[in-house]
Design a protein around this ligand. Sequence first.
Ligand code: AKG
Ligand code: FE2
Length: 210
Amino acid sequence: MNAKTFSAFSAPPPHWVVDAAFGAELAARLLKFVLEREPVFADTTIGNTANKFVRKSVRSSRATQDFGDLRAEVEARFRARLPAAISRLGLAPFALKGLSMELAAHGDGDFYHRHIDTFVASGPPRPDRILTGVYYFHATPCGFTGGDLRLHSLRSADDGGSHVDIAPKNDRLLLFPAWAPHEVRPVSCPDRDFGQSRFAINCWYLGKSV
Ligand SMILES: O=C(O)CCC(=O)C(=O)O
Ligand SMILES: [Fe+2]
């Protein structure tokens, strides 16, 4: 292998940060939506579609797949970014099978340890996650600290690897390949009010299996 190939293992994975991504008006509607729905947020799980379980030592947060009337609008916003994301991240073009979305809240002490987002479909036709999009929103002023999304190189830190931290700013969209190792750094939200949580929409762009 040449030097360029080796340096790709030590550099943080490709990523694209878009600020003012969905617009302040939609961010505000999303915040209003989640504040009215705290009871439908349930403990998040890890594993694949056939074998899901809560494991608070690995992933601590709450989420819902209920987007109410906002689903179509949110989906359209994510879909609109796909062509540019493919070219900016240097991904091979893929046939989009659909999007899978989740609305997540990280409150005081919540985090998600280092992981990758691929290989979650357990059976045929096994549509796989190719690209991860995360859209952040929160109350103003921001009621939490921490919660950066850390993207890791494939090579580990003690072997010359590196990472980059992306702050979960209101109305910010982050896109990265679903195979990229990443984690959510711990959130501190001292007044423990749900409305002060670090809110995010996870969107996985699913490729058709071949
Ligand atoms: O909230 C984030 O920044 C990312 C969450 C995540 O990595 C996941 O749900 O797979
Ligand atoms: Fe993830």
